[in-house]
Design a protein around this ligand. Structure first.
Ligand SMILES: [Zn+2]
Length: 464
C-alpha cells in the first residue's frame, strides 16, 4: 500500500477536480428555485461517502435533506462525528465576480467559486482524508459519522428539529467542525470557545401623548431621559455590568489562556486603527482580545425616542425604547441573565414610567477545556500537516448550531477552520487556498489516527 504522503500527492489533482464538481452545483439554500440543486448536492455528498463503504442515508427534513453516514464499525474505538454543510450563500452581486460563481476557476493557487471555503472545500477535506486513510491503511482506525446539512446558511431549521430526537443516532466521543478560518495565513488555529448571546428590547411609556417641553418639562418624567439613565445604570465606571448575579457563573480566564492570548500576533493599536478609533474602554483589567473572546458584555444595539427630523422641536416625548444585547460566556445562561436584568430594570425605572420587557433570542456560550485530549490530538494532527503548532483562540460571536450540538450531544467540539479571514465567504470572489485544502486533508487524516489513540477509560470518565 502507498504511504499517506504518496497517496495524497498522487491524488491531489483528482481531489481538486472533485472539489470543482462539488462547487459547480449551485446549492443556494436561500433560493426557493434551487430545490433541485439542493438535492443534487446532497446526493453528491452521499455518493462520495458511499464510495468509501459508509452506510449513507439522505434524511428528509421540513427543508433541505440531511446527509448522514456511518463508517463500518470498529470495535473498542472512539467515534467522531464530522459536521458540515453543502448549502451555500447566494452569489449576488454577480457583476462583482471576476469569474462566474459556479464555474470554478484556479488563480494564484486558489480556487475561486461560491462555496469553495464555506463550506464545500472544508467538508470535502474530511471526506478525502477518510479516503486516504482507507486506501493507505486498509480501514479507518475509528468510527466515523458524517452529518452534512443543507440549511446552515438559512438557520439550520431542519437540523435543529432532527437533533432534538436523534441524540443517540449522533452519539459520539467528539465532534469535528471545519467551517471557519485559521488565525492568519500560515497560522492554523483551534477555536475552543464561543460566546453566547441574550437579546432584549425595552419600551418605556411616559405621559399619554407627546407634550410641550416648555409647559410640562421638569414636572413630568421624560422617557428619553429615563432611558438614558436606565441604560447608563446597567454598566459601571469599571466597565462591569451591574445586573445582580451577572458574573456569578462566569468561567474565569486561566493563566495559560491569558498567556496564550498575549502571545498571539495581535496588536491592539492596529486593531483600533482598523475600525477608525484611537483607543477604547472596556472592562477594567482585561486586554482587548480577552474582552472580545472571554468576557461578557452589554451593548446597546438600537435606541429611539423623540424628534428625529431636521431643526429643533421642543417636545417631551411620550415613549422611548432600546434593543440591547449581552454577549455571554460559559456558564452564563440567558434565563438567569433575564431574571437579573428584570430586577435591575425595575430598580432603575423612575416613577412616571411604565416599562415593557421583551426577550428575543438567546443561547449559551461554548467552551472546550484546553486539557481535553481531543484538543491535544487535533494540535498534533495540525502540526503534522502545517509544520507548526496551532494557536488556541476563542471567538466573540456565536455559532448557533455549535451551541445546539453542545446542548444536545454534550461532547467536546473541535472547531478546526481551514479557511482564511479574507476568503470572501458570503462575498463575491469567494476562494479557498488549494495549499490549505491539501494541508487540511493531511491534517484530518492524521487526526483520525490521533483520535483513535485516546483511551477508552478517558472516554468513559468524560462521558459521565
Ligand atoms: Zn459555513
Amino acid at each position: 500500500m502507498p504511504t499517506l504522503e504518496n497517496y495524497l500527492e498522487s491524488n491531489a489533482t483528482r481531489f481538486e477536480d472533485e472539489l470543482c464538481d462539488f462547487v459547480r452545483i449551485a446549492s443556494v439554500s436561500a433560493d426557493p428555485n434551487r430545490k433541485g440543486e439542493m438535492v443534487r448536492a446532497a446526493q453528491w455528498v452521499a455518493g462520495q461517502l458511499r464510495s468509501l463503504n459508509f452506510t449513507v442515508e439522505i434524511i428528509p427534513t421540513s427543508g433541505n435533506p440531511l446527509v448522514f453516514a456511518q463508517s463500518p464499525h470498529v470495535p473498542d474505538a472512539p467515534t467522531v462525528l464530522v459536521y458540515g454543510h453543502y448549502d451555500v450563500q447566494p452569489a449576488e452581486p454577480l457583476e462583482k465576480w471576476t469569474t462566474p460563481p459556479f464555474e470554478p476557476a484556479k488563480r494564484d493557487g486558489k480556487l475561486f467559486a461560491r462555496g469553495a471555503t464555506d463550506d464545500k472545500g472544508q467538508v470535502l477535506s474530511h471526506i478525502k482524508s477518510a479516503e486516504a486513510v482507507i486506501k493507505t491503511q486498509g480501514k479507518l482506525p475509528l468510527n466515523m459519522k458524517f452529518l452534512v446539512e443543507g440549511e446552515e446558511e438559512v438557520g439550520s431549521v431542519g437540523l435543529g428539529e432532527f437533533l432534538k430526537s436523534n441524540a443517540e443516532k449522533l452519539g459520539s466521543d467528539c465532534i469535528v467542525i471545519s467551517d471557519g478560518s485559521q488565525f492568519a495565513p500560515g497560522i492554523p488555529a483551534i477555536n475552543y470557545g464561543l460566546r453566547g448571546i441574550a437579546y432584549y428590547e425595552i419600551h418605556l411609556q411616559g405621559p399619554n401623548r407627546d407634550l410641550h417641553s416648555g409647559s410640562f418639562g421638569g414636572s413630568i418624567t421624560n422617557p428619553a431621559n429615563a432611558l438614558a439613565k436606565i441604560l447608563a445604570g446597567l454598566i459601571d465606571e469599571k466597565g462591569r455590568v451591574t445586573i445582580p448575579g451577572f458574573y456569578d457563573d462566569v468561567v474565569p480566564l486561566t493563566d495559560r489562556e491569558r498567556r496564550q492570548f498575549a502571545e498571539l500576533p495581535f496588536v491592539e493599536q492596529e486593531y483600533f486603527r482598523n475600525v477608525g478609533v484611537e483607543g477604547a474602554v472596556g472592562e477594567e483589567g482585561y486586554t482587548a482580545l480577552e474582552r472580545r473572546w472571554a468576557r461578557p458584555t452589554f451593548d446597546i444595539c438600537g435606541l429611539w425616542s423623540g424628534y428625529q427630523g431636521e431643526g429643533a422641536k421642543t417636545v417631551l416625548p411620550a415613549t422611548a425604547g432600546a434593543k440591547i444585547s449581552f454577549r455571554l460566556v460559559p456558564n452564563q445562561t440567558p434565563e438567569k441573565i433575564a431574571a437579573g436584568l428584570k430586577r435591575k430594570l425595575a430598580e432603575l425605572t423612575p416613577p412616571g414610567i411604565q416599562l415593557e420587557f421583551i426577550a428575543h433570542h438567546g443561547g449559551p456560550g461554548v467552551l472546550v477545556s484546553l486539557e481535553s485530549p481531543y484538543i491535544e490530538a487535533a494540535a498534533r494532527a495540525i502540526e503534522f500537516a502545517f509544520s507548526r503548532r496551532p494557536v488556541f483562540t476563542r471567538e466573540g460571536g456565536s455559532i448557533p448550531i455549535v451551541a445546539k450540538f453542545a446542548e444536545h450531544l454534550k461532547v467536546d467540539i473541535l472547531l478546526l477552520g481551514w479557511g482564511q479571514e479574507d476568503d470572501n465567504a458570503h462575498s463575491p470572489n469567494e476562494k479557498f487556498s488549494l495549499d490549505d485544502f491539501h494541508k487540511a486533508i493531511k491534517a484530518s487524516a492524521k487526526l483520525w489516527e490521533e483520535l483513535a489513540k485516546i483511551s477508552g477509560e478517558w472516554r468513559v470518565e468524560s462521558g459521565e
